[in-house]
Write a protein that binds this ligand. Structure first.
Ligand SMILES: Cc1cc2nc3c(=O)[nH]c(=O)nc-3n(C[C@H](O)[C@H](O)[C@H](O)COP(=O)(O)OP(=O)(O)OC[C@H]3O[C@@H](n4cnc5c(N)ncnc54)[C@H](O)[C@@H]3O)c2cc1C
Length: 249
């Protein structure tokens, strides 16, 4: 969006003028197609100390009504999706950061790092023979191997960035924004933020069109209460100039 804005548009809608001040980082996914399903856990897994900051989710358990054999060559029984959130740190196979690797190297690195975390205590949770094929997010573009570009980097909300985020309603009467960078209650780029922005945009459209339909609801982001004490500890430590308690142990 930032690259689509012309100077004329920025003058007409000044709240869009600072979109290029919002920060982005790389975060993209790779999918592994498995001949035998590997559920891992019932939700997301975070591989905290993996060099490429991997997370994963095993898809099949959440698509119980889907017949996997009806897709592709019919042999896929499970899909393990992994996100790479660190593209600058060296990997364990090639010693290169992800953005300097080719697609097959990225595949091998991620698969290896996942195995390092899942195949422990003699368990062979991930088995090379079980890997049928894989698919890397095509937004990672390889004009020349080794200089990958990312067509869809992820928005990162940093301290002070709220001021650069536009409202769903900008200064133009016929333009409404529904995206995770819109100013919302939700201060992290996620589906909830995009959803809330969309509800705000819908309400703008309803108002602009004179509709009598009831507006979409808005509500502050609900955070799990059990995190509150930990956040308070963090806040106090920060105020005292101390590092995060996990860093100091
Ligand atoms: C790897 C990864 C993992 C994530 N995991 C999670 C998660 O687990 N939970 C969570 O809540 N959030 C997650 N997110 C964040 C979440 O996906 C985004 O915040 C959310 O999808 C943003 O929604 P959006 O509608 O603003 O933008 P998008 O979903 O990016 O939609 C924008 C659309 O516009 C299209 N587009 C772009 N340019 C043009 C153009 N010029 N003309 C026409 N169309 C165009 C794009 O193709 C795209 O389809 C993840 C993001 C990434 C990248």
């Amino acid at each position: 969006m930032a690259s689509l804005l012309t100077d004329e548009l920025k003058r007409a809608a000044p709240s869009l003028a600072n979109l290029d001040k919002l920060q982005t980082r790389w975060m993209n996914g790779i999918q592994f197609y498995l001949s035998r399903d590997v559920p891992v856990v019932n939700g997301h897994a975070i591989y905290l100390d993996s060099p490429w900051a991997l997370t994963s989710i095993s898809q099949r358990q959440f698509w119980t009504n889907v017949d996997f054999s009806a897709f592709g060559h019919g042999a896929v029984e499970g899909i393990l999706s992994a996100d790479i959130s660190e593209w600058e740190a060296p990997g364990v196979v090639y010693g290169k950061p992800a953005r300097e690797c080719t697609a097959p190297q990225i595949q091998e690195e991620v698969w290896t790092q996942l195995k390092q975390h899942l195949n422990i205590g003699g368990a062979a949770t991930l088995d090379d023979a079980n890997l049928l094929s894989w698919f890397l997010d095509p937004d990672i573009e390889f004009p020349n191997p080794g200089t990958a570009a990312n067509a869809e980097p992820l928005l990162i909300n940093v301290a002070g960035s709220l001021q650069y985020r536009p409202e769903a309603q900008v200064e133009l009467q016929n333009l409404f924004l529904a995206s995770d960078y819109v100013r919302t209650y939700t201060d992290i780029a996620c589906m909830e933020a995009a959803n809330e922005a969309a509800r705000r945009a819908v309400n703008c459209v309803l108002a602009a069109s004179g509709s009598t339909a009831s507006p979409a609801q808005l509500w502050p982001l609900e955070e799990p209460a059990f995190l509150k004490p930990l956040q308070e500890v963090d806040r106090i430590r920060f105020g005292l100039g101390l590092p995060h308690h996990l860093e100091s142990t």
